[in-house]
Write a protein that binds this ligand. Structure first.
Ligand SMILES: Cc1ncc(COP(=O)(O)O)c(C=O)c1O
Length: 459
């Protein structure tokens, strides 16, 4: 294999020029996910710089999430995969208050035992153990179509496929729209599940510049000119982690650009029902480009593993085959519970209950963290906190954990080529009750009030 030879910008310090060249060559596809980089000594020799300079460059690139070192194997393009859920003890130790993970207010979940009692009385119960069409049973698709009206869409049952939640829809859509080495575009801070799917499929992820309202259309248009840019993944309403909500005019512009460059859009509406007055979906402006996914996972319940996918009409058959390829069909039993809860109003009542609880939690957070750079909208389960310059994100998160509260550093969400913005995400929805949440928030306020250097060494 030929050694990677960067083009260095001589106006910058050498280590920074190497790290920037890595970012450039990854963004332009010269370096691909998983490529092995030269050893530090090899690169130092060809560039005629010290090994220390390369060590510093690789460390800077690793902090930016561009590369990862694997003990005994070498250095590779791409980040360490986000930590899996389900690992023992994840995410926080028992004595740590968890304001990191995004559990959707389980105390307000609907009553499953009542639903099971109702199901027991149903004469058609055996059907739910039988194979059904890949797209889901007709009545489940009909219920999905009815529920999607709340998202500002008016699909027919034929337009809607039952899938196993947003993550499943991402895996199906990404794999059917893209080939290895293709590019997914997304907000520069994004839901980490995007990277998990991209890594699985060998896709590159490019982060788009954002402001308070979400993606900047110019950044999207520039990225669309890349030869292998095939799909935009976006959470336009209550984006995770920033809570940004894209205004209608920008949704139209993104739709126009996607049409112009024939880039598909994956519109993730998982947080939309927690917004106060969300603009209409991007799918309204570019139905022939957009895969819209409405999953109840956050505003209603996460464990059903049911979602409703509305692909472009000409892609419905391809998506049916993708469901077949990945899971044959979603379990008819869980889809039946979802349909029953849509029809009897349980979904709506649960959304209302969770919104009220989220609103109380946001008020508490604003009170405890008043005077800090808090970003939060509607009834979002998350808040983004800007940090003052005296803190680095990872440094703050370490110190908070040391004080007994877990929050999530910006690097977890960052897919941009530059340094991740200096801040962290608080999840307001994992704490089992308001008392625990208040204790966790007070700990964060304490850490914020003692900038590094004022309270002894930070570990
Ligand atoms: C933006 C976003 N999309 C998708 C998911 C996961 O959705 P699902 O459970 O429907 O796969 C999450 C979970 O936190 C999320 O924040």
């Amino acid at each position: 294999m030929t050694i990677w030879l960067p083009n260095l910008d001589s106006s910058k310090p050498q280590y920074q020029a190497i790290a920037d060249a890595l970012a450039h060559d990854i963004a332009t596809g010269k370096l691909l996910l998983g490529n092995r980089l030269p050893t530090q000594r090899e690169l130092a020799d060809v560039l005629e710089v010290s090994v220390g300079t390369v060590t510093r460059a690789y460390a800077a690139a690793e902090r930016r999430g561009l590369i990862r070192g694997e003990t005994g194997r070498g250095t590779f393009v791409g980040r360490t995969a986000p930590q899996s859920f389900g690992v023992a003890g994840f995410p926080a130790a028992p004595d740590v208050i968890d304001l990191g993970v995004s559990w959707p207010l389980h105390a307000q979940d609907p009553d499953l035992s009542r639903a099971l009692r109702e199901l027991r009385r149903r004469p058609d119960l055996p059907e739910l153990l039988q194979y059904q069409p890949n797209a889901g049973m007709r009545r489940h698709r009909e219920a999905g179509a009815v529920w999607m009206r709340q998202f500002g869409l008016e699909p027919d049952a034929d337009d809607v496929l039952v899938c196993a939640g947003t993550q499943h829809a991402m895996t199906m859509v990404f794999s059917s729209v893209m080939d290895t080495g293709d590019v997914v575009l997304t907000e520069e801070l994004t839901y980490p599940g995007v990277r998990v799917v991209a890594d699985l499929l060998g896709l590159r992820v490019i982060g788009l510049a954002m402001d308070e309202d979400g993606i900047l259309p110019e950044s999207f248009e520039t990225a669309c000119r890349q030869p292998r840019a095939k799909l935009l993944y976006t959470v336009p309403t209550l984006q995770n982690p920033t809570t940004a909500t894209l205004p209608e005019s920008r949704r139209r512009t993104l739709a126009d650009i996607a049409r112009k460059y024939d880039v598909a859009i994956f519109e993730d509406a998982v947080h939309q029902l927690l917004a106060d007055d969300p603009p209409v979906p991007i799918a309204t402006f570019a139905p022939e480009q957009t895969y819209f996914i409405a999953a109840p996972s956050k505003a209603v319940v996460g464990g059903l593993r049911v979602g409703f996918l509305m692909p472009p009409k000409h892609r419905i058959e391809a998506m049916e085959r993708a469901i077949w390829a990945t899971t044959w069909m979603v379990s008819p039993l869980t889809a039946e519970i979802a349909a029953m809860w849509i029809e009897d109003g349980t979904f709506d009542e649960t959304v209302e209950r969770k919104r009220e609880e989220a609103r109380r939690r946001i008020e508490l957070m604003r009170r405890v963290l008043s005077g800090t750079g808090v970003h939060s909208q509607g009834c979002s389960y998350h808040a983004w906190i800007d940090l003052p310059e005296c803190w680095g994100s990872a440094q703050f998160v370490n110190e908070a954990r040391h004080k007994g509260v877990a929050v999530t550093p910006s690097d977890t969400f960052s897919v941009g080529n530059g340094a991740a913005p200096n801040g962290f995400r608080i999840s307001l929805c994992a704490a089992p009750n308001m008392d625990v949440l208040e204790r966790g928030l007070n700990k964060i306020a304490e850490v914020l009030a003692r900038p590094p250097g004022m309270g002894g060494p930070i570990v």
